[in-house]
Design a protein around this ligand. Structure first.
Ligand code: HAS
Length: 555
């Protein structure tokens, strides 16, 4: 591995992991505010919404984007046996670092309290919008470099199939590229001039629609690196083989067509969109669960095969034989805990997808309950495990405190399960999300005090504390590893799972082009009517606190 490439990868691992300390701290603070342990609008100079914005932006946008890029460098260089052009990875990292620093400065200065969803009417500083755009554009450059080396590889290896990890990476970044166009437009063309006072009004529903055009595929951008690891790394780590390569390919390609056109499912409660658009999006949202059901089957079958190869007997005996606590296989714990949480994260997502059930749970704490079992489940656990793994390889340093490294995911999983249970149980009783409840509902001195939300917010607090403890142990392991001495030659290497069967080639699964065309058609089907509605019913709002009378928005 060349020195500049190593420097870029190490920066891409160290910088977001350092910021994650601040992100995780602000997450724990959320549970403290909610449980009414403190009844204050701010702690240590960071206000409730400032902290919530930092928590979301650092954990869900910065850490995940850096990881997707670094993991993409690893998968492409490992499977294509070459490095991308220097300009591509260097420009990419510079833009991402500068963008992140702009975001961080805005958030620390209290100039960005618009939450990680940052649509109007909440307003952040122009630096925040430009920083976010730079972070995104930086990731495009990395993708450009991988496309170049893919064509080189293809020329030198005619007739060879695109490796599954490369297909997963390309699907993920194609979807990312398409869906980041609307948010780049939103931040640079609409929100930045509005924030600078160059425009006097803003079309709120338009900014929300453009955000969710990006915001939903964003969640699959978080998930797909984890799926790449589940399909191509986990079977090997578990001691088995991948049950079906064709099923893995189909799952990724289905994400390419179904991830983008469903953003409106975050907007079921908004009167701007017609019922027709909402029903259509509800149906597509059920459809996007299919590739995950397929993943549950394929990955489950691969694990069963691994357990049986390790000597398991009977129907479920394979579950007992898997390498849960093996130090040399420490990645296994991160993967399996993520999969376990995702069973419940997925079920709650399918509940959200129902147009009618969504009316019950929308804007309650049920929603963060759902997304902590997905983002803080497979996404973050694979990020934590793989970051440690990649750091150790690319720096040539041994992982320190391996016993701790093995138990972290289990502690984290217990924390997430309790936190999410508290949030979801509270949500079903109407507990609001994004609210400093310590000032009102969980403050016994407030006339708004609600005793029914005390047990649920307390459970959330306990879960948050356990997650916080797991995070502290992780930071010790990660930074002790980073501070260690180099003992091996730095290299890029990944565990490579073989496929169990030699399956027949299916041409449609080896060509992304038709899927890209279907993707564009489905996007048009959803967003042309959605855009027409937004222009018809979404009136510009003059200042950030004034909203239209909802009656005017309904025809
Ligand atoms: Fe979601 C809201 C619907 C998946 C993240 N979601 C959110 C928000 C976030 C988020 C962050 O339809 C809140 C945004 C905000 O701030 O407002 N979501 C879904 C559906 C799915 C789904 C249908 N979400 C995700 C993933 C996320 C994520 C993945 C991040 C990574 N979500 C919604 C909806 C809303 C929403 C509505 C709007 C709510 C509202 O009103 O605001 C599906 O993709 C889920 C499919 C998943 C499965 C599970 C498969 C299980 C697997 C594990 C198998 C286990 C094995 C292990 C093999 C079908 C693969 C076995 C072995 C052993 C030993 C046990």
């Amino acid at each position: 591995i060349s020195k500049p490439y190593r420097t870029v990868i190490i920066t891409g691992l160290l910088m977001p992991m350092t910021l994650f300390i601040l992100g995780a701290y602000n997450g724990v603070m959320q549970t403290i505010y909610r449980a009414g342990v403190i009844h204050k609008p701010a702690v240590a100079g960071i206000s409730y919404y400032q902290g919530l914005t930092m928590h979301g932006v650092i954990n869900a946008i910065v850490l995940t984007t850096f990881f997707a890029v670094v993991f993409g460098h690893f998968t492409t260089s490992h499977y294509l046996k070459r490095e991308p052009p220097k300009w591509s990875y260097q420009i990419s990292m510079i833009l991402m670092v500068v963008g992140t620093l702009m975001d961080l400065a805005s958030m620390l200065a209290g100039k960005a309290q618009a939450l990680y969803t940052f649509y109007a009417p909440l307003q952040a500083s122009a630096a925040f919008y430009i920083g976010t755009a730079l972070l995104i554009v930086g990731s495009w450059f990395a993708f450009g470099g991988w496309i170049i080396i893919w064509f080189e590889w293809k020329k030198q290896n005619p007739g060879k199939k695109m490796p599954i990890a490369i297909l997963g990476t390309f699907v993920n970044f194609s979807m990312w590229f398409i869906s980041t166009l609307p948010v780049a437009y939103e931040t640079l063309v609409i929100l930045t001039p509005w924030s600078l006072g160059w425009t006097s009004s803003v079309n709120v529903p338009l900014t929300r629609m453009l955000f969710w055009m990006f915001g939903h595929p964003l969640v699959y951008f978080w998930l797909l690196p984890a799926y790449i690891a589940y399909y191509t790394v986990l079977p090997k780590v578990a001691g088995g083989k991948l049950y079906s390569g064709n099923a893995a390919r189909l799952a990724f390609l289905l994400f390419l067509i179904l991830s983008i056109p469903i953003g409106v499912h975050h907007q079921f409660s908004e009167p701007v969109f017609t019922p027709g658009t909402k029903i259509w999006v509800s149906i597509l949202t059920y459809a996007v669960a299919l590739p995950s059901f397929m993943t549950a089957f394929t990955v489950g079958a691969s694990l069963e095969y691994a357990g049986k190869k390790r000597g398991a007997k009977g129907l479920l005996g394979w579950m007992r034989r898997l390498p849960y606590f093996e130090q040399d296989n420490f990645l296994f714990g991160y993967f399996i805990c993520g999969l376990f949480l995702f069973i419940f994260g997925g079920i709650s997502g399918i509940i959200n997808a129902s147009y009618t059930l969504n009316q019950m749970v929308h804007n309650t704490s049920w929603v963060p309950g759902h997304f902590h079992m997905t983002v803080a489940g497979p996404t973050i656990l694979v990020i934590l495990g793989m970051s440690l793994y990649m750091y150790s390889y690319v720096s040539g340093k041994e992982i320190k405190f391996k016993t701790f490294a093995v138990i972290i995911p289990y502690v984290w999983m217990v924390g997430v399960a309790l936190l999410s249970h508290g949030l979801m149980a509270g949500g079903l009783m109407g507990e609001p999300r994004r609210t400093n409840m310590g000032l009102s509902y969980t403050n016994p001195d407030s006339p708004q005090f609600n005793k029914h939300w005390v047990p649920t917010t307390t459970l959330t607090l306990v879960g948050g504390m356990i997650m916080g403890s797991a995070a502290i142990i992780y930071f010790v392991v990660f930074f002790a590893t980073a501070a260690g001495k180099r003992v091996n030659e730095p290299q890029i290497s990944l565990p490579e799972s073989e496929e169990l069967y030699e399956e027949k080639d299916v041409p449609l699964l080896l060509n992304m082009q038709p899927w890209l065309v279907i993707s564009i058609i489905l996007i048009m089907f959803t967003y042309v009517p959605a855009l027409l509605s937004v222009f018809k019913y979404g009136s510009p709002v003059k200042n950030k606190f004034q909203t239209e009378n909802p009656q005017n928005l309904v025809k």
